[in-house]
Each structure stands twice: as structure tokens, then as C-alpha cells.
Design a protein around this ligand. Sequence first.
Ligand SMILES: Cc1ncc(COP(=O)(O)O)c(C=O)c1O
Length: 380
Amino acid sequence: MKKLLMIPGPTPVVDSIREQMARDTVAFGDPGFIDDFKQVLKDLKELWSCDGEAFVVAGSGSLAMEMALANTLQAGDKLLLASNGFFGDRFIEIAERKGIDLTLLQAEWGQTITPEQVDDKLKDGGFKAVALTQVDTSTGVLAPVRQIGEVVAKYDDVLFIVDGVCSVGGEPVDLEADQIDVLFTGSQKAFGVCPGLMMLWANQKSLARREALGQIPEYYCDYQKWLPIMQDPAKYFATPPINLIWALQESIRLMKQEGLEQRYQRHEKNAKAMQQAFEAIGFRILADKDHRAHTLSNLLYPAGIDDLAFRTKLAEEGVQAAGGVGQYAGKMLRVGHMGNADQHTMIATLAALERTMKHFQSDFELGRGVSAYLSALEQS
Ligand SMILES: Cc1ncc(COP(=O)(O)O)c(C=O)c1O
């Protein structure tokens, strides 16, 4: 049976993107490739309203997290971290290793830090940046980025850094409209490209901060090393992942063809229908109803179901889903529904979940999830 890739990243890679990975690799100085790379950077800046620079670098989302902090803060600088879970907390170690002076706001898992909480802390003064994860993949919570951006913007010298690894390309986000200074993501989530690339947007204000820092300890993730290449991809700093950049170009072409607004609406409609279906199957959704992500769902099992046994059976039924992390390890099923995964895939996933549930609960009535999904879509 074909295995459906329904973990929250990597997500299914459609044929036209995969074909780019299989192309004959050319020299990074090839004029055709240089034009393609330029187009990718131009599109990224335009689509997410960046007046500064977009960076496309080989590496995963964690590299982008480090790059964001390394180029905006130095040892002793004050960072306010608004964490909604495991990935928000990942900033703690990065900041500590750099000697950044960290103030931590941590939401109970399933809830989000509010704009008021951020404002209260910022009033203490002296902060250089606020970091926030738009969708924390450990909880499935969608943070109120726009409202927190409005708060941060009241404080002149404070940069707003947003981890969009599980959101960009699936949830509405925009540097200008959300007053974000640094935004980043990875190729493997809502862009629907294989893992291996990070994309980071830095606006003019945050580029000026980098200038002011002078020499920084980092080498590979120093903006100064990459800026000449992002401004002119004919130049060399470190070998670009040529086929992945072509794959990204195709992913962006698909996004432009669909339209970003339509893409966000598709994600929202689909997520709401999937979430009704999950509940009809018997799962409980961890995230507060008002703050649910549209890119994935974090599900709590009905009583008596063992996580590992369930996921093992689900894999036999043809669906790969993820377990929980941190305090929800062994207690949660995480299902991705973002990027280019289509409705056929959603229905097949729900049917496999139902067959699996039936295996553990003999009185489970098949069809409940699929029916809830179809009805919800029809009504939306
Ligand atoms: C919100 C968020 N931030 C950061 C990361 C880290 O990205 P990566 O695993 O690509 O290093 C992830 C990974 O799932 C994530 O979901």
C-alpha cells in the first residue's frame, strides 16, 4: 500500500516539484540557474512584502532560528520569548548559548501567549527583540501574530522575530501587514518541498540592526556572508542546493497559480473540516478552539488507546502520522494537513484512521469521520 505522508512536515511532494529534484544538476554559475535563483528571491520578497532581503540557505528550520537570533542580538541583549510549546522553547537554548538575556513567557500547552502579556513585559523596557512561533507544531496552536505585531511596533528599538516554520505558505502572514522584522520557514512544511532548505526574510530595520552588531561569532549563518549572494546569485559563498532551489521555484509557481489568499482559505476550510472529522472519530483537539492552527491538528486519544500501537497500526493502514513531543510524548497523534496535500489524501487519511480505530474499538462505526469531513466541506 502507498504510504501517505501525513506527519506535520515533511509533507507530500507533488510530482511537478519532485521532477525538479530529478533534473540534471548544473553548475551553480550556470546562467539559467542564476536566473531561476534570482526569480525565487524576487518572488519570496514580493509575496511576503519584504522591503529588505530574502535568504535561501541549505539547512533546516533550526538553522533559521539560529540565524534570526545571531543577526539581531548579541550577548547581554534582552530578548522576550513568547513560547507556546516545544518549538518556542527551542529558542531558549539558542539564546542561552549566545549569552542573550532571556525573559520567558510560556503558555500552557494548547493556549497562546496574548498581546496583553507581551505588552506588560515590554513595558519593563530595554528589550531588543520579541520572538514568537506562529504555529507551534507541538501543540497546534496558532498565535495572534498580527495583534502581537501591533504591540511590538509601539516599541521603537524592539524587533519582532516570527518562526513561521509550520505556517508560512499555509497561514496568513506578511512582514508588512503583521509588522514583522524577521520571518523564517523551512521547505518541508507548507511549501511542500523536500526537507533541506530554510528561507528567511529580514526587513530593512532588522538589516540595520545586523550592521550595528559589527562582527558576529557565527560564520555560516551570518547575513553578511550571504547578502552578496542573495543580491547577486552569480556570486559564491557556499554551494547552493541547486535542485532544491528549482523545487522551491516550482512550489512558488504553484502558490502564485493558486493565489496566496485562496491558499490560506483552502487551508482554513480543510482544517476545520478535518478537525470536525477527528472529533467525530473520537479524538479531542488540544488547541483552544479560538487558536487552532490550519496546518496541522494535535489530537488526544480516546481513553484506552495506546499511542505506539495506534500509530503502528495506522502505518500498516497506509498513513504515517506523528506522535506527541515533550509533555505529550506517548499521548498525542499529530496529523499534518498543509501544503499541497489534496482532498483525496485527506479522505484516504480519515478512512485509514477509521480502520485503525475500528481495530482498537470493535463497536466503532465506520464512516463517521469521512462523513463529517464531507458535510463540513459542503457547508463551508
Ligand atoms: C515551528 C517549528 N519551528 C522550528 C522547527 C525546526 O525545524 P527543523 O526540524 O526543520 O530544524 C520546527 C520543526 O518541526 C517547527 O515545527
